[in-house]
Design a protein around this ligand. Structure first.
Ligand SMILES: [Ca+2]
Ligand SMILES: [Ca+2]
Length: 462
């Protein structure tokens, strides 16, 4: 009896030393004496790793586990997956070759149970199961539009793994249709695009170029004019539009259902946030009411877009599939030109075009170059009254600094591109620090008036 108490004390000390739970059981000695205890380690997702320690007795030992959740196991080292958080009384029973038996119990806590460790959770916005919400996740939604299944309990658009019953059908890549119901309301429709938009991310380096040849339908941008003229004295913002063209009279696209692609551009020349890809009402792919679409400027210099039909009816033909609008920053053209024309490249990439069954139609993408040119007929304006004035940073965000290069008594005025006064003030000194954090993205002018006259500069808020 004394010996058993000593063992228990030893086991308690062991538990304290290794940070494990309370000891509940007792050991029962036969001859020769044997004893068992165990330690555990909580792994990811509710998985617990148990390790039994046997002492004395006659090896080899048999160790039987009761995990406290109605299940059991055997062996010195076992992993067990708990399907709920909570307290569990775990018991290990050791039996040796001489029928010595020892029992050890401890309470364990499971706190990090995660259903997604064991089941196929829905991450809202990742429709195709590649761990990412992006433009390619739009296409399966168009293909299975208006399909219904069980709604998801406690559904949200948040990017976390959400448990959901399988719908039983999968789409072509072997992913259950429940992943297409991003918002969990039990129907696949345009509202499921919101979660893709919310959780959107893109790794452009990860895009595999699809093998295509010049015999495949081409995909490119078409501009009305391949030269854009910029006035050097009043460059401002230049609105441009183009058509995204798919196929040609000789190589039309057949059985078109949907497409996803990325458009890359010079992010210094094009005003951030100004790229808009919209339906072309004249397009051969269908009228806007028959289509779903999503477009995102995913990172500087990249715009990702997808469009899909929703009526399971493919179309064949060629022509415009979308209209692209964007804004060129004229000042950057003036700064860069140095009497040279500036080529600007717009390149579609990562294009995936699908048929109604989700199979891929090969397409060859082609970059389009347009030329930005300063207007030769306009004489460059004379400098203002304070030509050595420096303005930085440009583009600015929260603050704009002006260095006059001399002491001045000045009035200043900030105007927007339409000439409307935004703010004004006056001061004295060789510099001016201006808080511009309240200005929206766009082009502005600052006018400085001193004793010698007026100096006007243009700046950009990004
Ligand atoms: Ca995805
Ligand atoms: Ca839905």
């Amino acid at each position: 009896m004394k010996k058993t108490t000593t063992r228990l004390l030893f086991a308690w000390a062991f538990c304290l030393l290794f940070g494990i739970g309370s000891l509940k059981g007792s050991t029962t000695d036969f001859s020769p004496p044997c004893s068992v205890s165990f330690t555990w380690n909580a792994l990811e997702g509710g998985m617990v790793n148990f390790e039994a320690q046997a002492q004395g007795g006659t090896a080899p030992y048999e160790i039987i586990w009761d995990f406290g959740d109605g299940t059991g196991g055997s062996g010195s080292f076992v992993d067990h997956a708990y399907m709920n958080n909570g307290y569990y009384e775990v018991t290990a029973t050791l039996t040796d070759q001489a029928n010595c038996q020892s029992v050890f119990s401890a309470d364990i806590i499971v706190e990090n149970y995660n259903p997604c460790y064991y089941t196929d959770c829905v991450f809202p916005g990742d429709v195709n199961g590649d761990q990412q919400a992006n433009i390619y996740d739009v296409l399966p939604i168009g293909i299975h539009y208006w399909t219904t299944g069980p709604a998801r309990m406690d559904a949200s658009d948040e990017w976390d793994g959400q448990e959901c019953s399988n719908w039983g059908d999968s789409y072509m890549q072997g992913v259950d249709l429940k992943h297409l119901d991003c918002n969990g309301d039990g129907i696949i429709d345009k509202y499921d695009l919101d979660a893709i938009d919310l959780n959107f991310q893109m790794e452009h380096n990860g895009l595999e170029p699809l093998s295509s040849s010049l015999y495949d339908p081409p995909f490119y941008l078409e501009f009305d004019d391949d030269t854009i003229i910029v006035n050097p004295n009043n460059p401002g913002l230049v609105q441009i539009s183009a058509k995204m063209m798919l196929g040609s009279p000789n190589i039309p696209v057949t059985d078109f259902y949907g497409m996803a692609y990325s458009l890359s551009f010079d992010s210094e020349l094009i005003l951030p946030g100004s790229v808009v890809i919209s339906h072309d009402p004249e397009s051969f792919i269908g009228s806007p009411s028959d289509l779903i679409s999503l477009g995102k400027e995913s990172e500087p210099g990249f715009f990702d877009a997808a469009v899909s039909k929703i009526n399971q009816q493919p179309v064949s033909g060629w022509g415009s599939v979308a209209r692209v609008d964007f804004t060129i920053i004229g000042d950057i053209v003036v700064n860069r030109s140095e009497d040279q024309d500036i080529p600007m490249l717009l390149s579609p990439s990562g294009i995936t075009v699908v048929r109604p069954n989700g199979s891929i139609i090969p397409v060859s993408d082609h970059p389009t170059e347009i030329i930005l040119k300063l207007d030769d007929d306009v004489a460059v304006q004379e400098p203002g009254a304070y030509p050595s004035m420096k303005l930085s940073p440009n583009p600015a965000k929260d603050n704009l600094s002006l260095e006059f290069g001399e002491m001045l008594e000045y009035d200043y005025k900030v105007l927007d591109v339409s000439g409307k006064d935004i703010k004004a003030g006056s001061g004295r000194g060789s510099f001016l620090d201006l808080d511009v954090s309240d200005l929206n993205t766009g082009v502005y002018f600052i006018e400085i008036t001193g004793r010698k006259g007026l100096e006007v500069r243009k700046f950009l808020i990004q």
